[in-house]
Design a protein around this ligand. Structure first.
Ligand SMILES: Cc1cc2nc3c(=O)[nH]c(=O)nc-3n(C[C@H](O)[C@H](O)[C@H](O)COP(=O)(O)O)c2cc1C
Length: 453
């Protein structure tokens, strides 16, 4: 079904004038990434002419909240609900005999650096990195496919290294090390935002087959095909699949690489992948994202928001919305709005949010009249509704994110909550916001016709 392809999604973007197309030659070393970063990965950009390659490259496909909302048919502050529905009601995928991704099958002479325009992003990055690859592995016990994005360092020839930081895949690699067997994997490239979003479900918490979540999110069975050289199912209509194995007990230095918090990280020994086959569509499009841009943190953040919402809801049933802003990597900062019904609700929401996940470091609780997606509105609430001696809660020495750069001991952090809610019952009294009747219907362009933007 071609409508499950990146190309179908790009066509839709093009029709809505949301795809920026660059015909000029652009160097994959630094320049391609630099252009994507200018908009923090929120704009879809097609580079038709990466320097030295015949293959176009696209980025910014999965970095925009409003485009996820359009795809899932809700407003952008309601994304929690369709995502929850898909996670709670996964639907079966469909295995088909072939698909466009099989149009070309390459098993010999594989040299990833020569085959595709893999970008080098930062000055001190050790190598080019594939940043958008969704790694698929099959759980030998359950048969379920596990997908997750992992950065892949291009080491030369058919060799990549894989950065694996979450428990399920880490355990699987350790198990194959112990039994001295190669772990089969496939890397999916050139997919639409739904496949990206589904890959970000936390399997530790939900234990799902992510292809079934993908199917539920798109409202129809995702079509899958078998790989050529490994026993793994992959989406049939994507641009490219890189197949291979993680050999047991082999490690190579990975990084340095510009990471989440905007600093260099990596430099540790990590598993490698030996590529056995590349299949791709005719005239394939290489997909990448800029590390730590919105396209990196938002898909994961949307899943985190779903989890956070229900954790807070468990404590405060009148929670209105949660937001993990991209500036905090969609994990370090949380903004939560509640409709207060008890005086202690603000503090209880702080407790629930800080305990929901090790990565949430600072949380601000606001009333339901504050727009949690507008940083100015949130700052206004902090400015006008906070008394620091009563409203700031600090928890020293809690479990934190290993990616957090300020800690003295890796993985240990102070956490802070700010209760920026007004005292109960005062939103229509002392803390009633000023309003201008009818201001929403005034369109500036009607009054200042020459106005741009
Ligand atoms: C663009 C992008 C890049 C990512 N890079 C990595 C990575 O290099 N290593 C890693 O362990 N997780 C990375 N992640 C996070 C995992 O893909 C994510 O935590 C996923 O949900 C893990 O799935 P699991 O909890 O089922 O293992 C990345 C996520 C995105 C969206």
């Amino acid at each position: 079904m071609e409508k499950q392809s990146l190309r179908a999604y790009m066509k839709r973007l093009e029709e809505n004038k949301q795809l920026w197309v660059c015909d000029k030659e652009v160097d994959p070393k630094f320049d391609m990434g630099a252009l994507v970063r200018k908009f923090n990965g929120t704009r879809a950009m097609l580079f038709k002419n990466p320097k030295g390659y015949n293959m176009p490259a696209v980025a910014g496909i999965c970095g925009c909240r409003t485009r996820y909302a359009e795809l899932l048919g809700v407003k952008s502050d309601e994304l929690v609900f369709p995502i929850t529905k898909a996670v709670a009601n996964p639907i079966p995928y469909k295995v088909v005999s072939t698909g466009a991704v099989k149009e070309n099958i390459i098993k010999r002479g594989i040299d990833i650096k020569k085959m595709m325009p893999v970008p080098t992003f930062h000055e001190k990055d050790s190598n080019p990195f594939i940043t958008a690859g969704i790694v698929a592995v099959r759980d030998s016990e359950t048969g379920k496919t596990h997908t997750s994005v992992r950065r892949l360092q291009v080491l030369g020839g058919n060799k990549l290294s894989v950065l694996i930081e979450s428990p399920l895949l880490m355990d699987q690699v350790a198990e194959f090390d112990r039994s001295n067997k190669p772990l089969e994997i496939a890397v999916i490239l050139g997919y639409d935002p739904i496949t990206m979003l589904a890959s970000q479900v936390n399997s530790q918490v939900y234990g799902l087959d992510k292809y079934e979540v993908d199917s539920a999110l798109r409202g129809e069975a995702l079509e899958l095909v078998k790989c050529e050289t490994v026993d793994i199912l992959v989406p049939a209509h994507v641009e490219m699949i890189i197949e291979g194995v993680i050999p047991p007990k082999v490690r190579e230095k990975e990084g340095p690489f510009g990471e989440m918090a905007g600093y260099y990280g990596g430099g540790n020994m990590q598993p490698i992948m030996e590529v056995s086959c590349v299949t791709h569509r005719n005239n394939p499009i290489f997909q990448f994202n800029f590390p730590s841009s919105s396209e990196h943190v938002l898909p994961n953040g949307l899943m985190r928001e779903m989890h956070l919402y229900w954790q807070v809801k468990n404590m405060i049933s009148t929670v209105k919305g949660v937001h993990l802003p991209t500036v905090g990597g969609c994990r370090f900062h949380a903004i939560i709005s509640i409709k207060k019904t008890n005086e202690g609700d603000g503090k209880s929401a702080i407790l629930a949010a800080l305990a929901s996940n090790k990565d949430v470091k600072h949380v601000v609780i606001v009333d339901h009249d504050v727009d949690i997606f507008n940083p100015r509105d949130v700052e206004w609430a902090i400015a006008t509704r906070v008394q620091a001696d009563n409203d700031v809660v600090i928890i020293p020495g809690a479990k934190g994110s290993p990616l957090e750069p300020t800690h003295e001991m890796r993985g240990v952090t102070a956490k802070m909550g700010i209760d920026a809610t007004a005292p109960l019952g005062t939103l229509d009294g002392k803390f009633e916001r000023t309003k201008i009747p009818g201001s929403e219907r005034l369109n500036l362009k009607d009054y200042f016709p020459g106005l741009e933007g």
